[in-house]
Unconditional design. Structure first.
Length: 405
């Protein structure tokens, strides 16, 4: 049974007299993204005296993003998955795990779940798998091939983490995982990092003057943050912004759109903005490790994704005091202020509905300051990072609790 003193740990506490648990986090890659951001927050806030961490990446990592991890007890490895079938990947993973000898192996999403087979063969004491969201090839978890693969691999996993109620239902009802093996742990957000009202605690926000672009103070800016991939659907947001400017030509000059992120679709999006003659109003900021600064340039955050788990960027936007408009997919409705469900959620891929949601602040500008206060308070009351970290801490410490394994 896990030590009761550990289970009652409070954020910020540490116990250096105990041997630290070694956690391996197995991920596809470690670049700017919601899943990866959650790993950063978790590692940074688990007590250093109780844990050390190794991150194993299949497809490389961004050193600048890895530098966001402040804890000194972290190592990162790239096992360089080759495109297509790479059977040697399992050998490389097994060799590295033998060297690391972790207490906990934590894979995330289907792309890394096969690693659970290797972890089981090596008898790693606690094997955890997290379901964070869907890819464009498996929207809603409907891909039959992927369902079969999860069913095949579920027996090698001790405990599952579901970030949303949708993922929890999928694991229990579709994949057949026992309810007692599933832990519903919602993401949390570091509220202090996104507090625009206290610049001393937010050095990230002091760099606005160094940005190579800017919006006029009179502009009302919609924005989003995410890799430019089909599943993130920035194309829909751009089309809705174009439609909004067409609907309100007398206000178009006062509107702006900020797209933060990079990827294969960026060139097409840039060309579309030029074709609509709105290149002056749409800024492509590229990738950024300073998300608080990017959010501080927006008034409203929009998440147009085709699929989501529990979105870190929604939480960060609300922590920044930004009203959020989001597609009605995955865990998005679970995050939004309940009073906003009828006005700030739109059906996936419906450009007209998205434009209607965005138009709310053009037709009723007085709502903006009120909504800003409401969403920030909602985030503070419901999505504490400390609560998330405490739940993972209890799960990891269950490594010695045979009733949970």
């Amino acid at each position: 049974m896990a030590d009761n003193a550990l289970l009652s740990w409070q954020p910020g506490a540490a116990n250096n007299s105990l041997q630290p648990l070694h956690i391996v986090h197995y991920v596809w890659g470690f670049h700017t993204g919601g899943l990866e951001n959650g790993v950063v927050n978790l590692i940074n806030h688990l007590p250093q005296g109780l844990y050390r961490h190794s991150i194993i990446c299949q497809k490389g990592y961004d050193p600048a993003f890895f530098a966001r991890i402040r804890s000194p007890n972290v190592a990162i490895f790239d096992i360089a998955k080759q495109d297509g079938t790479d059977l040697a990947l399992f050998w490389r993973l097994a060799k590295l795990l033998r060297q690391l000898k972790p207490d906990v192996f934590h894979s995330r999403n289907l792309s890394t779940m096969e690693g659970q087979l290797i972890a089981a063969l090596l008898r790693i004491p606690l094997r955890v798998h997290g379901e964070h969201g869907w890819d464009v090839s498996d929207l809603g978890g409907t891909n039959r091939r992927y369902q079969k693969l999860r069913r095949l691999l579920k027996g090698f996993v001790h405990q599952f983490v579901a970030l949303s109620s949708e993922a929890e239902h999928y694991l229990t009802a579709v994949i057949g995982v026992s309810q007692k093996q599933v832990h519903r742990i919602c993401n949390g957000v570091d509220l202090s990092r996104f507090d625009k009202n206290n610049l001393e605690q937010n050095p990230d926000l002091n760099n606005a003057q160094t940005l190579p672009w800017h919006f006029e103070k009179s502009q009302f800016v919609f924005g989003t943050v995410g890799r430019m991939a089909a599943v993130k659907n920035q194309q829909l947001l751009l089309e809705a912004f174009i439609l909004l400017c067409q609907r309100y030509p007398d206000r178009a000059a006062e509107l702006g759109l900020l797209l933060v992120g990079d990827g294969a679709l960026r060139q097409n999006l840039e060309q579309r903005a030029i074709a609509a003659k709105l290149q002056h109003a749409v800024i492509f900021a590229g990738n950024s490790n300073n998300v608080p600064l990017m959010l501080s340039q927006m008034q409203v955050f929009v998440l147009p994704s085709l699929a989501e788990g529990i979105s870190n960027t929604i939480l960060e936007a609300m922590a920044s005091g930004l009203p959020v408009i989001a597609s009605r997919v995955g865990g998005n409705p679970e995050l939004l202020l309940p009073e906003h469900h009828s006005s700030h959620l739109f059906e996936s891929n419906n450009v007209e509905q998205l434009a209607d949601c965005m138009a709310l602040y053009i037709k009723q500008p007085e709502r903006y300051p009120e909504d800003s206060v409401l969403v920030k308070k909602h985030c503070q009351n419901n999505f504490s990072l400390d609560s998330m970290v405490q739940r993972y801490h209890q799960l990891y410490q269950s490594v010695s609790n045979k009733d949970l394994i």
